[in-house]
Design a protein around this ligand. Sequence first.
Ligand code: XMP
Length: 596
Amino acid sequence: MIAVIDFGSQYAHLIANRIRRLKVYAEILLPETPLEELKKYKGIILSGGPQSVYGEGSATIDPGIFKLGVPILGVCYGHHLIAHLLGGKVESGMTKEYGLAQLSIKKSSGLFAGISGETQAWMSHGDTVTKIPPGFSIYGSTADCLTAAMGDAKRRIFAVQFHMEVKHTKKGLLMLDNFLKLCKVERTWSMQKFMKRKLEEVKKMIGERKVFLLVSGGVDSTVAYALLCKALGPERVYGLSIDTGLLRKDEAKKTDALLKRAGIKNFHIYDAKKEFLSALKGETDPEKKRAIIGTTFLEVQAKVAKKLKLNPDDWVLGQGTIYPDTIESKGTKHSDKIKTHHNRVPEILKLIEENKVIEPLAELYKDEVRALGSRLGLPDEAVWKHPFPGPGLGVRILCTKKAVPVPNQAELEKKINDHLASHGLRGVILPIQSVGVGGDSRSYKHPLVIWGKKQPWKKLETLSTALTNRFTDINRVCLLLHPQEIHSVKVRPGTLTAPRIALAQELDDIVVTFTKREKIEDKVWQFPTVLLPIEVNGEVKEGVVLRPICSDEAMTAHFYKMPLPLLEKCVKKLRQKASVVLYDITNKPPATIEWE
Ligand code: XMP
């Protein structure tokens, strides 16, 4: 077994996910774990985290681990911590680096065996190691970070500034594989074994009770349902599908048909449109909207349970929660809250404490959930469906009562436009905000819209990363698709009302139909359409953003580079209905996939 010490990184569990792919079992532990307990592991990985090692009260580890004689690997915060504890130095860097960088390998051995020359690495950090500890040497550097990789081969301690666990670090899996070789571990983990263990755990936890599961027709809840049925028998699992009114057009009907085709029959659809609309009335704050949606789900579930006269002592609430839902909701001790997922509101946390919730997929990422779903015999249409967030269109309809001023707008826009001019582009910052993530922390900042000379997607991607890295008041960059330029932007106050929801459903349906017809469904992981409360160039209509992304497990994502002729077709269908059509060209981080 490998120990992954979780310093609160958004990606700590992704390290465990990658190690599982390499057929080794990894356990996540807190930094406070006593040294005695750490002795049983064959290797220790120190994860990233949102803090600075030199910050007061920041998380640390017993330096005794360096004397255990097992290989140790530090990633980001873990890299800083190794430098800090072993006599090196860490300082706040001038540029915060989020996104892709070219790593130049200096030594092709140890962690880097079989890797040479230049390779793509993925960064998300503000602090930098400015002096490596005695005994260490530099194994790799990037243009902005001389100490991107360091190691002491003799003691088998390696540390990297970049995140090797994310897919965008091209040779990341090979590096982890090299680390496992240094640890001399056996490769025996498999999804089959995981399933067997889970089935036993479910039986043990539920005992004589039954499960009341919230099913949405999405991948996670469908796989959770199939797993619970296999463990307990279908008669002891009751599914409830709640129509929040924030679903895609006609989705409730489609869900009914899909679940039946997937062999799930013991479920009931409850129409809760009125409950959700009235609970959300007038709310504009994204976190409050999410909390209201999560709580309303529970209230409706309790109402239905009462109607069905279910004895609360006999029933456990089941949810298809997966790992990212937990981590992004500040689900681990040292992590920062990015957003509250609908299945992580305080009422649920209380039920979890009372042992009244079962979440059989809580350790897994989407790619693993899909593998498990296939193993359970679910059809591809259920397993490979695009993910759709629990709060649905509720987080894709931006709400505001007034314009949000941009700090020093004129000065900032001038600086940005000076930067853009060399590319033949112009830009304007929108007076609204959206959620993002950077260096393991949440951000709530303004989007920048750019237009002008046509550029290849690759160039736009580099530019978008450079802009969000340099101008810290923006966390998203969007390309203007319609109209050709922006002369004026006015905020159009709006909350979650029936007409806005209907408009969002109509626009989303146009995009979903387009995605299917043009056969790009398999090329994107998810394709949100976002409604913006703004009017552009005096046209009295809302704005719309296209947000197609590519990802594996939602912790990092790339915007989809749609072929231009297709994009033009899509815009044609939307431009009558919106005053502005934008294409989000921001990766995650610094933006999140959803806008709220
Ligand atoms: P973000 O926006 O954080 O989203 O990059 C990551 C993935 O999670 C989905 N998402 C949710 N799923 N409940 C869910 O079940 C939620 O509250 C929620 N919020 C975001 C999002 O669609 C993306 O796939």
